[in-house]
Design a protein around this ligand. Structure first.
Ligand SMILES: NC(=O)c1ccc[n+]([C@@H]2O[C@H](COP(=O)([O-])OP(=O)(O)OC[C@H]3O[C@@H](n4cnc5c(N)ncnc54)[C@H](O)[C@@H]3O)[C@@H](O)[C@H]2O)c1
Length: 297
């Protein structure tokens, strides 16, 4: 007995399209996890606006969604530009006719490993803008539209609820030597999501995070960074024995955007092959730095 709810929330054996009729805005959709999310959303029936500072990449993602039979539009936007948040949301709502799902995908650690004493005010400001500022501003601009997509039918279970998905990192939960400011802002995203989840629950809006690690993307080009020895050690480095692909986190985003997660809010799904569960960093044998690769410890 499901209390008369008509939305089928657990067709896990043959889920079919999970996001039919949903209207989604994905920031950072040009590359990596954001791009994977747009492709997965499109294949599950959502109409998607792909927002990215790399306009060509956004266009490529949108046309790939369309080529696969979905509906998508590209918007070129630098979400760290204060004026751009509202403009990006309005552009998305214009094309989609409303908004059910927001994925805040943009984030970066930006600078090479830097001793904290040498981090400049400008770097702190940049790290704030790229990891936290836009999450707050884009979400605030999107909220009236998400509230309009929520309401009593969501509580009654006759309409899917709006969903916000923020990309944080394993390092919001585990330390990262050399990037404490990045880690601090990503941890702030987690706390923002939890508190916002409480505030908007009355509208049936859910807010959750994805915390990736070791996922191949534009900012983590493993082909370039991994030596042969590193590749050979992946099985001891990542408990599930492989690196992640954008589609791994995209699968979590589909889950969090869909009714399969209708009772999930204010929490984080770790998408890291088990690295968070496996624990922390190790100092290198030579004591000159840090590694999370046990063979250097
Ligand atoms: N890849 C991982 O293993 C990993 C680990 C931890 C956290 N993350 C988080 O996941 C998210 C996606 O990361 P990814 O690895 O897929 O990155 P990526 O570099 O492949 O993609 C990021 C996208 O954001 C776009 N972008 C950058 N600055 C922008 C701006 N100012 N305005 C609009 N778009 C902008 C880029 O053009 C790119 O398309 C980020 O928030 C990142 O911090 C990823």
């Amino acid at each position: 007995m499901d209390g008369g709810r008509t939305v089928d929330r657990a067709r896990t054996a043959d889920p079919g399209p999970l996001l039919e009729g949903r209207r989604a805005l994905v920031t950072g959709g040009g590359h990596g996890i954001g791009r994977g999310t747009c492709l997965a959303f499109g294949s599950h029936g959502a109409a998607v606006v792909v927002a990215d500072v790399d306009g060509e990449a956004a266009e490529r993602t949108a046309s790939d969604v369309v080529a696969a039979g979905g509906a998508a539009w590209a918007v070129t936007a630098d979400v760290t530009d204060r004026g751009a948040a509202a403009a990006t949301v309005e552009a998305a709502v214009d094309r989609l006719g409303g908004l059910d799902v927001l994925v805040n995908g943009v984030g970066h650690y930006l600078h090479p490993v830097t001793p904290f004493a040498d981090v400049t005010d400008d770097q702190i400001a940049e790290l704030y803008e790229i990891n936290l500022g836009h999450v707050l501003r884009v979400t605030r601009a999107a909220l009236p539209h998400l509230i309009a997509a929520g309401g009593p039918e969501v509580a009654a279970g006759t309409r899917p609820g709006p969903s916000i998905v923020n990309l944080t990192t394993v390092e919001a939960f585990r330390g990262i030597p050399g990037h404490p400011v990045y880690a601090a802002f990503k941890a702030a995203v987690v706390q923002f999501s939890k508190s916002l989840a409480l505030q908007v629950s009355e509208h049936g809006i859910r807010v959750n995070d994805i915390a990736p690690d070791v996922t191949r993307s534009q900012q983590l080009p493993y082909e370039r960074w991994l030596g042969e020895e590193d590749v050979a050690r992946i099985p001891s480095w990542v408990p599930l024995g492989r690196l992640g692909e954008p589609g791994d986190a995209a699968g979590v985003a589909v889950f969090l955007a869909s009714e399969l997660s209708a009772f999930v809010t204010g929490t984080t799904v770790h998408c890291d092959g088990g690295t968070y569960a496996a624990g922390g960093w190790y100092r290198t044998r030579h004591g000159r730095g840090w590694t999370n690769r046990p063979h250097d410890a």
